[in-house]
Design a protein around this ligand. Structure first.
Ligand code: NDP
Length: 332
C-alpha cells in the first residue's frame, strides 16, 4: 500500500514512517505548509515526493494518508482526504470541536473509507492483556481505576502544545485524551461525566494547562482518576484497576513502547502476569489498518473511539474552565 503524509511532524519521522515501512508499505510523499521544510523533510526521511498543496497530494497514486499536523487542522484535512477516497490514519485528538469530529465520521462513512485513530497505548500487548483480564471477570465487580501519566515534555516538542487554544494546545488534549482511550478500551465502557482540575505551572503559556487531574464516571459504574503533567522527569507511569476479587497494578505502561509489567493481587497473593506480545505499537496499528482495508476486522482504534476520547477531553477542559462537573451529554 502507498501512503502520503499530511504534516511534516516529529511523530511521523520518529514512529510512523518506520512503522509503515516495517509493515511492508511505501511512504510515497509528504505535505508541509512550508516549501523548504517539505523538501528537507522528504530528503531527510527518504521520501520521493513533497508538496505544500493538499489538493495536489490528494491526486497522488496513494491508498492511505496519515494526518499528523497540529490538532486544529485534522478535521479539514481528514474530510478532504475522505472525499478523495483515501483511507485515513489520523492523530489524536481527531478534532478540537464536537461538530468537526462529527463531520469527520460522516465524511468517512459517506465515502466508505477506513478511518482509524492513532491511539497507540491500547494496541500494546500489555494493555490488550489488561483488557482480557478485565473481560474475564477475575477482578470481580469493578469500582475504581487510576492512571498516573505525568511526564517531562521533551524539549523538541515544546512548541505549539504549550500555547494557543486555537491549535488545540495543552496537556488535556495531548495526554488526557490518550488516558480516556486507554480506560475506555480496558473497561469496555463510556464516560458519563467528568470533574477536572487544571493548572499552568510555567511551561505552558496563555492560560493553557500543563498539569491536570480528572475524575471520570463510566457507564459501568467505575470511577477513574487520571493525572497528567508535562513537567515531571522522574515518574514511572502506572495504570490501576480495583475490583471486589482483585486489584491490578500495571507499572511503566503509559508509553509509546510495548513495555511495563502487570501485577494482580487477590486472595491467592500477588502474581506478575506473563506478557508474550511485545510488538511495536505503531507497527501493530498499521498492520491492523491494512487488514481493515482488506475487509478483515476493524482498526485497533476506530473513528468512533477517536471521537469518544476527544469528547471526553473536551468535557474535561470544560469542567476545568467552568469549575464544575460536566455531563458528557453537554458536549454531544
Ligand atoms: P510537530 O510539532 O512535530 O508537528 C506538527 C506540525 O508542526 C507539523 O505538521 C509541521 O507543520 C509543524 N512543524 C514541525 N516542525 C516544525 C519546525 N521545525 N518549524 C516549524 N513548524 C514545524 O508535532 P508532533 O509530531 O509532536 O504532533 C503531531 C500530531 O501528532 C498531533 O496531533 C499530536 O497530538 C499527535 N501525536 C501523537 C502521538 C501518538 O503517539 N499517537 C505522539 C505525538 C504526537 P507542516 O506540516 O506544515 O510542516
Amino acid at each position: 500500500m502507498r501512503w502520503a503524509l499530511i504534516g511534516a511532524s516529529d511523530i511521523a519521522a520518529t514512529r510512523i514512517i518506520p512503522a509503515i515501512r516495517q509493515a511492508g508499505d511505501e511512504v510515497y510523499g509528504v505535505m508541509s505548509s512550508n516549501v523548504g521544510r517539505a523538501a528537507s523533510y522528504a530528503n531527510a526521511n527518504g521520501i520521493a515526493h513533497s508538496t505544500t498543496s493538499l489538493e495536489e497530494l490528494l491526486t497522488w497514486p496513494v491508498d492511505a494518508v496519515y494526518i499528523s499536523t497540529t490538532n486544529e487542522l485534522h478535521a479539514q484535512q481528514a474530510i478532504a482526504a475522505a472525499k478523495a477516497g483515501k483511507h485515513i490514519l489520523c492523530e489524536k485528538p481527531i478534532a478540537i470541536t464536537i461538530s468537526d469530529g462529527k463531520e469527520i465520521l460522516k465524511a468517512a462513512k459517506e465515502n466508505e473509507i477506513v478511518f482509524a485513530t492513532n491511539h497507540h497505548i491500547r494496541t500494546s500487548g500489555v494493555h490488550q492483556k489488561i483488557r482480557e483480564i478485565v473481560q474475564s471477570g477475575q477482578l470481580g465487580d469493578l469500582y475504581l481505576a487510576r492512571i498516573n501519566h505525568a511526564v517531562a515534555l521533551p524539549e523538541r516538542l515544546q512548541g505549539w502544545r504549550l500555547s494557543g487554544a486555537d491549535k488545540g494546545a495543552g496537556v488535556i488534549l495531548d495526554i488526557t485524551v490518550h488516558n480516556i482511550d486507554t480506560l475506555r478500551a480496558a473497561l469496555g465502557s463510556d464516560i458519563v461525566e467528568v470533574t477536572a482540575l487544571a493548572a499552568s505551572n510555567g511551561l505552558a503559556q496563555d492560560g493553557i494547562e500543563d498539569t491536570s487531574n480528572c475524575t471520570f464516571r463510566f457507564a459501568n459504574g467505575v470511577i477513574a482518576n487520571t493525572s497528567e503533567c508535562f513537567l515531571v522527569p522522574f515518574n514511572t507511569t502506572t495504570f490501576e484497576i480495583h475490583g471486589s476479587q482483585g486489584s491490578l497494578v500495571a507499572t511503566g505502561v503509559m508509553t509509546q513502547d510495548p513495555s511495563g509489567e502487570v501485577v494482580i493481587t487477590n486472595s491467592a497473593g500477588s502474581k506478575t502476569i506473563e506478557i508474550t506480545d511485545r510488538e511495536n505499537l505503531y507497527v501493530k496499528t498499521i498492520k491492523q489498518f491494512q487488514n481493515a482495508i482488506a475487509g478483515k476486522g476493524e482498526p485497533l482504534a476506530s473513528g468512533d473511539d477517536g471521537f469518544a476520547s476527544m469528547q471526553g477531553a473536551i468535557a474535561a477542559l470544560k469542567s476545568a474552565r467552568e469549575k464544575r462537573t460536566v455531563q458528557i451529554s453537554e458536549v454531544s
